[in-house]
Design a protein around this ligand. Sequence first.
Ligand code: ATP
Ligand code: F6P
Length: 456
Amino acid sequence: MPVYSISHVENVRVCVVMVGLPARGKSLISQKIVRYLSWLSIKSRCFNVGSYRREIAKDAVIDAEFFDPLNTEGLHYRQQAIDAAIFDMMKWFTEENGVVGILDATNSTRKRREMILRLCRENHIEPLFLESWCNDKELILQNIADVKTTSPDYIKTPNDIATQDFLKRIEFYETVYETMDTAKDANLTFIKLVNVNSQIVLNRIETYLESRIVYYVMNLHIKPRSIWLSRHGESEFNLTGQIGGDANLSERGWRYAKKLPDLVLKSLGEELKHTNLTVWTSTLKRTQQTASFLPYKKLQWKALDELDAGECDGMTYEEIEERFPDDFKARDDDKYEYRYRGGESYRDIVIRLEPIIMELERQENILIITHQAVLRCLYAYFMNVPQEESPWMSIPLHTLIKLEPRAYSTLVTRIKADIPAVSTYKEKGTSQLGEAKTGELIFKSRDLINNSEEAL
Ligand code: ATP
Ligand code: F6P
């Protein structure tokens, strides 16, 4: 049976047109939207005009004056850059069946926005303008320090000079900037974020897909925080190689549970050891037992329960191969899509995890204790792991993972408890459990990954 996503139901294509002065988080928001929608299997891509400009004007001097609206050479290059980005985006919509394209540029004048609007209308694409408006001087300086002084525009430029030049660049943009306005832009579909999300203006949000994007963006915040992920401690079912069920922890699993508070404290560091965090578990005994020694507020989520294996619940992989050989093979062939008889697929988990992701974006420090398949799906969201790889990632027992979202990347730290546990990893093409070969490698390489594209 074909699997439908939001885009199939509505048959709409959306161009998210970013609007705002430099250093207002437009690229960061664009990348997050692409990551979120891709995780939900909605084909999305960001077209960053800064990268086009750098390629097209690679022989030009890029300093603040380049962005002076009276600089004809600069204007010429910038026009070429936006034209090339729009051309590629339209091609992507038609030739690759793109669903959500993001045009990441300042798009700071009405004239520019009208040009984009006209092109979208001609191509039957819904334009959604997304403005980030911000006058918080400290935040802007912080943004410049975080991402702009290290941008390819300032290679070999000392930080203080880069900062001054970038502030001057912003001043040039300010001379022509026209913010979105519910009177002047009454006919447009737009969302305007004011000082991150202290105020949000919505205008003519019409389609379901637009409302999903808007709802996601409304929930984003930029406060520093960490997210910890852990599987439950080793369970009695893990010892016998059975899947699913609601077993108790094994003796070694209980040892992990007792050690977990210490691992969390160590990962917080001395200066943060009084930081408050909330623990989320599934409704199954093994995650709650694992959380039982943690001195923090706890919440149970049904959505964090392990993949439902339906008729195969409680079996070993060997038993499944013997009783349902076709299913066993079908699952190995397409593990993401395969749905257990009377149970779930990885895709089903992603769909039920969506509210968890939304809530995680709103929250600050959260420790999630859940299960192998669910943890893979959560990890895939944060680290942008493709669907074909995520169900094969190796996420060993008795290991705490700490994720620290940064401007364009997520730092990953893995803290292994020195408590042995069985492996629950099954390689493709076998029913035997063992240490992961490929999966472990994927996981390790993602540890080092910086999931950013270019900042500018
Ligand atoms: P440019 O136009 O120069 O490409 P930009 O608007 O794309 O700039 P980013 O490169 O995305 O800016 O800036 C990233 C910084 O913006 C991060 O430090 C991030 O914390 C911060 N940021 C994220 N969201 C917002 C927001 N809504 N308002 C202001 N700053 C934000
Ligand atoms: O100045 C920030 C920036 O992202 C540049 O790197 C890029 O060339 C430009 O904005 C794109 O926007 P515009 O279309 O206004 O030139």
